[in-house]
Write a protein that binds this ligand. Structure first.
Ligand SMILES: [Fe+2]
Ligand SMILES: [Fe+2]
Length: 220
C-alpha cells in the first residue's frame, strides 16, 4: 500500500490499477462523454472526475473492483445539469416513486434518473455501476461494497471543502472497515440535512434506523 499517515483517503497517481485495453478505452470514452455532458458546469465535471479517482482508490484499499468504481464515479452526477422541473418530469415519466411529492426530494432524483438513463446509453457496463449511481444520493440499508465506495467517495473527494464531518470520515478510510466508513458518511450527511433545515426524506430515516438496528444488534 502506497499510502500512510493522514492522507490514506486521498487518491494518488502511484496507485493506478492495471487495466486492460478495453477498460482503458471505456474509461476514456466515459470521461469524454462526461466532459461533453457536464460542460455547462465545469465544477461538477471536476467533482465527478475527482469522485472517480477517490472511488477507484478506495476500491483498491477495500478489495472492490476499481474499474466499476471509476466508471460509477465518472458518471454519477450525469444528470446534475438537468433543470429541476425537467428532472422531476423525467423522474415521473420513468415511474420513480419516492412516496412523497417529487418536488420535496428533487436533490435526490439525479442519481435515480441517471441510473436508468445511463443503463440505456451504456449497455456494455456492469449493472452494478448503475446501482451504485442510483444509491449515491439516498444510500440504502443493503449497500454492496461498490455502492459504499461510491457513496463515500462522493462525500469526501479532495475538491470538497473540509468540514468536521468530512474530516472525520476521511480519517477512517483505510483504517476502519468499509461498513463503518459508510455509516459515518451516511449519518454525517443526514445530520447536515437536519442542521441546514432541509427536508429529510422519510426513506433516509428508514435507512438510518435499519443501519442503526443492525449495528446495535451486531454489538450486542
Ligand atoms: Fe450527486
Ligand atoms: Fe457528486
Amino acid at each position: 500500500m502506497s499510502h500512510s499517515g493522514a492522507d490514506m483517503w486521498m487518491p494518488s497517481e502511484s496507485d493506478d490499477p492495471e487495466y486492460d485495453q478495453d477498460q482503458l478505452d471505456e474509461i476514456e470514452r466515459l470521461e469524454a462523454d462526461a466532459r461533453a455532458q457536464l460542460a455547462p458546469k465545469p465544477k461538477r465535471l471536476a467533482h465527478s472526475l475527482s469522485v472517480a479517482r477517490t472511488a477507484e482508490h478506495m476500491a483498491l484499499l477495500y478489495g472492490v473492483d476499481p474499474f466499476l468504481a471509476r466508471c460509477a464515479g465518472i458518471l454519477h452526477d450525469w444528470d446534475k445539469v438537468v433543470p429541476h422541473e425537467e428532472l422531476i418530469r423525467r423522474a415521473q415519466s420513468l415511474g420513480i416513486d419516492m412516496g412523497v411529492d417529487l418536488h420535496l426530494v428533487e436533490p435526490l432524483l439525479h442519481g435515480k434518473v441517471a441510473a436508468l438513463e445511463l443503463a440505456d446509453l451504456y449497455p456494455e457496463l456492469d449493472p452494478a455501476v448503475f446501482q451504485a449511481i442510483d444509491r449515491h444520493t439516498t444510500g440504502a440499508s443493503d449497500m454492496t461494497p461498490l455502492d459504499e465506495v461510491v457513496f463515500v467517495a462522493d462525500g469526501i473527494e479532495p475538491l470538497r471543502k473540509a468540514s468536521e464531518g468530512i474530516e472525520r470520515t476521511r480519517s477512517l478510510v483505510g483504517r476502519e472497515p468499509l461498513d463503518d466508513v459508510y455509516w459515518e458518511s451516511f449519518w454525517g450527511g443526514m445530520v447536515y440535512v437536519i442542521q441546514t433545515g432541509r427536508y429529510l426524506w422519510p426513506g433516509t430515516l428508514s435507512v438510518y434506523n435499519d443501519l442503526a438496528a443492525a449495528r446495535n444488534g451486531a454489538r450486542r
